[in-house]
Design a protein around this ligand. Sequence first.
Ligand code: ADE
Length: 250
Amino acid sequence: MQIDVFSLLPSAFPPYLELSIIKRAMENGLLTVNVHDIRAYTTDKHHVTDDAPYGGGGGMVMKPEPVFRAVEMILGAPPVCPVILMTPQGRVLDQATVQDLAKHPHIAVLCGRYEGVDERIRQHLVTDEISIGDYVLTGGELPALVLIDAVARLLPGALGDPDGALDDSHATGLLEYPHYTRPVEFRGWQVPEVLVSGNHAQIARWRRQQSLARTLGKRPDMLENAHLTQAERDLIEEMKSTMNDEEREE
Ligand code: ADE
């Protein structure tokens, strides 16, 4: 997969991209990330990339010319791959979107800065707008890294364990079950017995139940769309009634 990033802050990317899983994916030829400095595509003497908004008001707006020039020189005009603008106005990134993006051989990611980008970039260059959550950052660089990280770990071969992403929180529509590692006792706290039993069927059942209980406790909204058996739905109803009992006791 190839990801072309367009940014006014290209130096933000290498420190993170050179870490563990992403680095390995790049070394193994699974992923190429090219970071392009939008400022290098200005044609004026002062390399201006932003300007005051028409109509007045505070803040600066990213000018259309260098952005169009950078994207079209790198990707062609019009670009054939998705061009994603990172913006708090986009649809909120979730695991289903990450899975979709990971299927594309090539995507481009445009990082907005300042107050925003000239609307013509949004209308005539960008094909998709993605936010990483309902809060505002100073620019799209961290959101772009979030997106790249989430996509990179899904590329076949990126994780050491080929099934590594299958049980992820959100991949199954449920939050992931609790994990434990050695030692079996730490400060008097024991690892649940079932996990050291060696009984794989019981372990799988325990994990599924834990996933359901966790999701019910922390993210009940996710249960609406999760693929559950009737027995699991019944179990959730049972858990809900005990939860209510406990609340009543308080
Ligand atoms: N740029 C600034 N804030 C952002 C956010 N929450 N998501 C994506 N891009 C952004």
